[in-house]
Structures are given as structure tokens and as C-alpha cells.
Write a protein that binds this ligand. Structure first.
Ligand code: PHE
Length: 455
């Protein structure tokens, strides 16, 4: 069976960026930044992107493009008869895990789009009002589940339409739109009266707050936001053509992703400061953007209600799209794995993944309502999924990917992929190998062990 390819270079970049940019940037990044002390966390995060994220992204790209197969098969092709295929399998498992709870939050964005379209936020001014809306909705036993199912089904239908027609076409139009609207919101938020303490929080690092948990969270966030460590970008790269410049694509995706995350921070914290939210640690959780953002729209454009309306509708619609281009990429990892490894039809394989994710997702959705007392180590079901997947599974996957490319992979093959058969200049090649061999795996290991007090 001939595999599909992305139709153009831009399509490939945007699809990879579409996978990376999502709720991780707009929803999760501000939460992690708020919980971990602001500016200092951001600096550690950026260091993780450069030292861990970029080399691993290159590795995933080259493994995927060279082998042109799903993530588990990729390792079997490059290292036949060895246990390396388990790295791919761990990725498939992690993808399934993340999709299940990610779709819960993605479902919330649909509810908020509906609220925005029906103009429900108009006239609301206090934090308590926005909080009430969120709590009522998220603890409801029905609607979060309905939206979760709708979201996974949307993903499902795009997945079964295939790579070029589905994933690529969507990403090309919607990603630039998202960028523009976020930029406008940053300007609005930063210029609100009283926003400056929020800006300071993001710009004045206080390194005394950096401890092993902060570093682990920054690393987890870097992997999560870049969609790394679970073979997602490896699977996408299997649809790249031979001319795609892997290092340039890596740089572009990392820059776009980081910029959008930072911009989200510059929307949320200044707005929260302006509205006098005095964010206490209890406020900084999954509800953060759903309470501060509707408020940004009301405060920034409240005197011109049409603008408040148009901006909030557009924002939530684009957030749905950003989440969708990410859920598609998680779903694709599992779907292509099951289809190619178990010789299933693509439709069938997608359907199995859809049903399994809905099933697990229901428990995550209910953990904000009737299952909120079910806790382990003080974490709800939702938190456990999120913490384990991003802080443990993704970095461990990434560590093995770095070891694989740094130590195991044939260096000539590596060089050929990075330089596109000698046509692209890559003076950093030796440095890249060095980082992948020593720095990346050791840093990941130290950060994980450090978090458990074992280091
Ligand atoms: N990077 C995505 C986001 O920021 C989430 C994601 C994680 C996607 C892992 C694929 C794999 O929303």
C-alpha cells in the first residue's frame, strides 16, 4: 500500500506545528507557569526546549522520515529483532492515554464556544461569576461527557479522511488565524489598567523558587507542548518528503510553539492582575483560562459589546481548532500503529481508538464532578493522567529516543537524513550527536530521579 505524503513543505511544517500548538500552550503552559513561580520557570522551560526538545525533535523527524512507518515499526526497521520496538509501543500507549484526558479539556472549549456564541458572558464582571459558570459546567455529569464524545468523534472523522486532505488542509488555514488573534489579545491584555504586576510575574525571575519539582514540571511541559517523546512527530515525519529540511523544520516548530505559549502567558497573567484576581495557588488549576479569559474579553472590549462578542467567539473557535490539530496527531499515532501492525483497515483501527479513548475520557471528565473524591497522592484521576503522561511517560520516551539516535543508529544514515543526502549544510552535526549521547539522556534521568529524591 502506498503511503500518503504531505503535499507541500509548508503543509508539513504547519501540520507538525499544528500538533505542537494546542491546549498545551494556551491552557497548560499558564497553569504550570503559575504553579511554579513565573519567570524562573519560563527560563528553565526554554532551556529544556533547547537542550532536550530540539535534539529529540530532530531524532523523531529523522527516524520517521527514514522509515516511512508508524512509530513501533520504525524501530523494528532500524533495529530488527531488538527490544527498541518497545520505545514505539510506549509512545502508542502514551498517545492513547493523553488523548483520553486532553479531549476532556478540548470538550470544555466547545462548551465555552457555545457560551460565547450565545453571548452568555455579556455583563459579567466578577471573578465569582466566571467561577460559578465553570464549576457548574465542569461538575455536571452529562455535558462534559457529551462534548468529550463530540470532540473525539470530530477527530475521528478527520483521521479517516486521511493525511493530506484532512490534516494538512485544515492546518494551513487555521494556524495563521490563531496566531493573529492571540497577538491581538496580548496587546489588549497587557494594556489593561493594573496589568503590570502580571507582566512582572512573567519577566522577573526569582530563582529561589526553583527546586526539583519545578525543573521536572518545566521538562514535562516542554515535552508535552512540543508533542515529543511518544512518536507523534515521528509518525508525522513519516509523511514528509525527502526534500523537507529537518533542522529548519525543527527550529520553526519550536519557535512557533514557544512563542504561542509565551503569548498565552502574556494574555492570562496581566489580565488576571488587571481584574485583581490575586491568583492564589488554588486558583491555578485546570480552570485558569476558563475563568480569566472570558474576563479579558469583557474587560478589554466591554464598552464595545460587538467586539467582545466577536473576539470571544473567534477565540474559542480557534482554540477548538488548535486542540483538534493536536488530538488528530495523537489519534494518528495509535491509528496508524494498529492499522499497520494488526493489518486492520484504517477506519476500523480509528474506530477502536475512538471508543477506547471515550471510555477512559469519561472517568477523567467525571473527576471534576462525582468522582472528584477519588484521589491518589492527592491527585484526581484527571491529574494522575496528566502528571504521569507528561512528567514521566513523555520524558522517558524522549530519553530512549535520544539514546537510540545518539548511540545505536548508524551515523552515516543519521548524517544522510540531517543533510538530505549531502545537499543541506549541517555544521552542527557533531554537536548534535554529542548532546544526544550525553546531555539529553543524562539530564532527563537526573531530573526524574531528582524529583523522587533519589539524586
Ligand atoms: N503538543 C500538544 C499541545 O500543546 C499536546 C500533545 C502532546 C500532542 C503529545 C501530541 C502529543 O496541545
Amino acid at each position: 500500500m502506498k503511503r500518503e505524503n504531505f503535499g507541500s513543505k509548508l503543509g508539513a511544517i504547519l501540520a507538525a506545528a499544528g500538533s505542537a500548538v494546542g491546549l498545551g500552550n494556551i491552557w497548560r503552559f499558564p497553569i504550570e507557569t503559575g504553579r511554579n513561580g513565573g519567570a524562573a520557570f519560563i527560563l528553565v522551560y526554554i532551556a529544556c526546549i533547547i537542550l532536550l526538545g530540539m535534539p529529540i525533535m530532530m531524532s523523531e523527524f529523522l527516524i520517521g522520515r527514514h522509515t516511512q512507518s508508524n512509530t513501533a515499526r520504525a524501530y523494528q526497521k532500524l533495529a530488527p529483532g531488538t527490544p527498541w520496538k518497545w520505545v514505539g509501543r510506549l509512545g502508542v500507549f502514551t498517545g492513547f492515554f493523553i488523548l483520553s484526558y486532553y479531549a476532556v479539556v478540548a470538550g470544555w472549549t466547545i462548551e465555552y464556544a457555545v457560551l460565547a456564541v450565545s453571548n452568555q458572558f455579556q455583563g459579567m464582571t466578577t471573578k465569582a461569576e466566571f467561577e460559578q459558570v465553570f464549576t457548574n459546567f465542569s461538575s455536571d455529569p452529562l455535558w462534559p461527557i457529551v462534548w468529550l464524545i463530540v470532540f473525539i468523534l470530530l477527530t475521528h472523522f478527520i483521521i479517516v479522511r486521511g493525511v493530506a486532505r484532512g490534516i494538512e488542509r485544515w492546518s494551513k488555514v487555521l494556524m495563521p488565524m490563531l496566531f493573529i488573534i492571540i497577538a491581538v489579545l496580548v496587546v489588549c491584555s497587557v494594556s489593561m489598567p493594573g496589568a503590570s504586576s502580571g507582566v512582572q510575574f512573567l519577566l522577573q525571575p526569582d530563582f529561589s523558587k526553583v527546586n526539583s519539582h519545578v525543573v521536572l514540571s518545566a521538562m514535562g511541559q516542554a515535552f508535552y507542548s512540543l508533542s515529543l517523546g511518544m512518536g507523534c512527530l515521528c509518525t508525522y515525519a513519516s509523511y514528509f518528503d525527502r526534500k523537507t529540511n529537518l533542522s529548519k523544520t525543527t527550529l520553526q516548530v519550536c519557535v512557533i510553539d514557544t512563542m504561542i505559549a509565551l503569548m498565552a502567558g502574556f494574555i492570562i497573567f496581566p489580565a488576571a492582575a488587571a481584574a485583581n484576581y490575586g491568583l492564589t495557588p488554588q486558583d491555578i488549576g485546570p480552570s485558569l483560562i476558563f475563568i480569566t479569559l472570558p474576563n479579558v474579553f469583557q474587560q478589554a472590549f466591554g464598552s464595545i459589546p460587538v467586539l467582545a462578542y466577536v473576539f470571544s467567539v473567534m477565540f474559542y473557535l480557534l482554540l477548538i481548532v488548535a486542540a483538534l490539530t493536536s488530538t488528530i496527531s495523537m489519534h494518528e499515532v495509535v491509528t496508524s500503529y494498529m492499522a499497520e501492525e494488526f493489518h486492520l483497515k484504517r477506519n476500523r483501527s480509528a474506530l477502536i481508538e475512538t471508543c477506547l479513548s471515550i471510555f477512559l475520557g469519561i472517568f477523567c471528565a467525571l473527576s471534576f464532578g462525582c468522582l472528584s473524591d477519588v484521589k491518589l497522592f492527592d491527585m484526581t484521576i484527571f491529574d494522575i493522567f496528566d502528571w504521569t503522561a507528561s512528567n514521566i511517560c513523555l520524558p522517558v520516551g524522549g530519553m530512549f529516543i535520544a539514546i537510540f539516535t545518539g548511540w545505536y543508529l548508524d551515523k552515516q544514515l543519521f548524517r544522510d537524513e540531517v543533510t538530505n543526502g549531502g545537499t543541506v549544510h549541517a555544521p552542527y552535526f557533531k554537536a548534535l550527536i554529542f548532546v544526544l549521547r550525553y546531555i539529553t539522556p543524562l539530564a532527563i534521568l537526573a531530573i526524574i530521579l531528582g524529583n523522587f529524591g533519589l539524586f
